[in-house]
Design a protein around this ligand. Structure first.
Ligand code: HEC
Ligand code: HEC
Length: 330
């Protein structure tokens, strides 16, 4: 898969984006409408999702902020995915229950439901599967299911909420289903760039528009594309240069998808992150090594595209990425 993806991106870089028009449109997060009409844009605006059951969403919202889901009752999902701060913690590595230091940077939960797989290495296929993982991860919430379910069952208000939504007392399936339903409401609509895509040509600045043109012509869009401007394929970090050797101190966390598939070709391969709201989610990369957007843009241009960018080009790309900041639904 990784080799194939690398070939694909190189094919794009050398032959232009036409090649992509025919390749697996559903994997690129394109809407049916775009597939049908032959996509002229490889990025599409975010749509209002199908409504979820309000009672289930309400339960998920409560669980998202629930510290009783952690062993020492010290952290909730919200601790590392602060919804007022772009859905991240702004730390290089997250701090879990009782101050445990994690080993990787926390991605945002906003629009995560649109990603084709979850986690930097894509090891979870669905939000339901993902949501259970931090609860038992010793470096995150460090709890056990029996402990968590005992706490929720002992709380009459949770007991009745689970009964109402699922017809059962608090259960593992119910907890992850409610969290996932809530996460499917964490979408950011109406970014300036989405307004631009919908035909409001003045919605982004001339600088941002030049940035978008470079994002396409330089080939960033070969990896960051679809409704989430990323999140729909696996790619190597270091296509045109050895990022990890240059950075040094390589650990198993840097092996990315290799940790899931154990295939050599997947070493240093990651699920491409979404660039929506990226201006709000510093620091960047799985190792949190880039403290600001201009640095991340330069690193990407160098290691993914073999390009050295001028300050003007960096500013233009940053202006484009800034136009991807949307508004969270209330
Ligand atoms: C201690 C900090 C911490 C807590 C608590 C935490 N997370 Fe995370 N979250 C992370 C980190 C770090 C990652 C990336 C891990 C990886 O990729 O290996 C992550 C990844 C995710 C992702 C994947 C996003 C993507 O695009 O791949 C989702 C969704 C998510 N968390 C939701 C939750 C939910 C729901 C909870 C509560 C049940 C939660 N998190 C609790 C730190 C945390
Ligand atoms: C060959 C595929 C590829 C190309 C081309 C590419 N990227 Fe990336 N991008 C990735 C991958 C993979 C990551 C995740 C790297 C990591 O942290 O391990 C990433 C991460 C990023 C991030 C950090 C996101 C975050 O939340 O941490 C930014 C910003 C970014 N890319 C912007 C760009 C820009 C701008 C360009 C063009 C100059 C570009 N990328 C070209 C694959 C690519």
């Amino acid at each position: 898969m990784a080799t194939k993806s690398a070939v694909i991106s190189l094919a794009l870089l050398s032959t232009g984006s036409l090649w992509w028009m025919t390749y697996a449109p559903e994997r690129r997060g394109l809407t049916h409408h775009q597939q049908h009409h032959g996509a002229r844009e490889l990025v599409s605006p975010l749509e209002t999702p199908e409504p979820e059951d309000p009672a289930e969403v309400q339960l998920g919202r409560r669980l998202f902020a629930e510290k009783r889901l952690s062993g020492g009752q010290t952290v909730s999902c919200q601790s590392c995915h602060d919804l007022q701060a772009g859905g991240v913690d702004h730390l290089v590595r997250s701090v879990g229950d009782h101050g445990a230091l994690g080993n990787i940077n926390a991605p945002t939960v906003y629009n995560a439901y649109l990603n084709s797989s979850l986690f930097w290495d894509g090891r979870a296929e669905t939000l339901e599967e993902q949501a259970g993982a931090p609860i038992t991860n010793p470096k995150e919430m460090n709890a056990g299911w029996s402990m968590v379910l005992a706490r929720l069952n002992a709380d009459a208000s949770y007991h009745s909420a689970f009964q109402k939504v699922y017809g059962t007392p608090p259960s593992r399936e119910g907890v992850v289903a409610a969290l996932a339903a809530y996460e499917r409401t964490l979408i950011t609509l109406d970014s300036p760039f989405d307004r631009y895509l919908r035909g409001h040509r003045q919605a982004i600045s001339a600088e941002a528009l030049r940035g978008y043109e470079k994002f396409r012509s330089y080939g960033c869009i070969s990896c960051h594309q679809g409704a989430n401007v990323g999140g729909n394929m696996y790619q190597k970090f270091g296509v045109m240069g050895d990022y990890f050797q240059d950075r040094g101190h390589v650990t198993s966390v840097d092996w990315g998808r290799f940790n899931v598939t154990h295939k050599e070709e997947d070493r240093y391969v990651f699920r491409v992150p979404s660039l929506r709201n990226v201006a709000r989610t510093a620091p960047y990369f799985h190792d949190g090594s880039a403290t600001n957007l201009p640095t991340a843009i330069r690193v990407m241009a160098h290691y993914q595209l073999g390009r050295h960018l001028s300050q003007v080009e960096v500013n233009e790309l940053a202006a484009f990425l800034n136009s991807l900041t949307g508004v969270a639904r209330p």
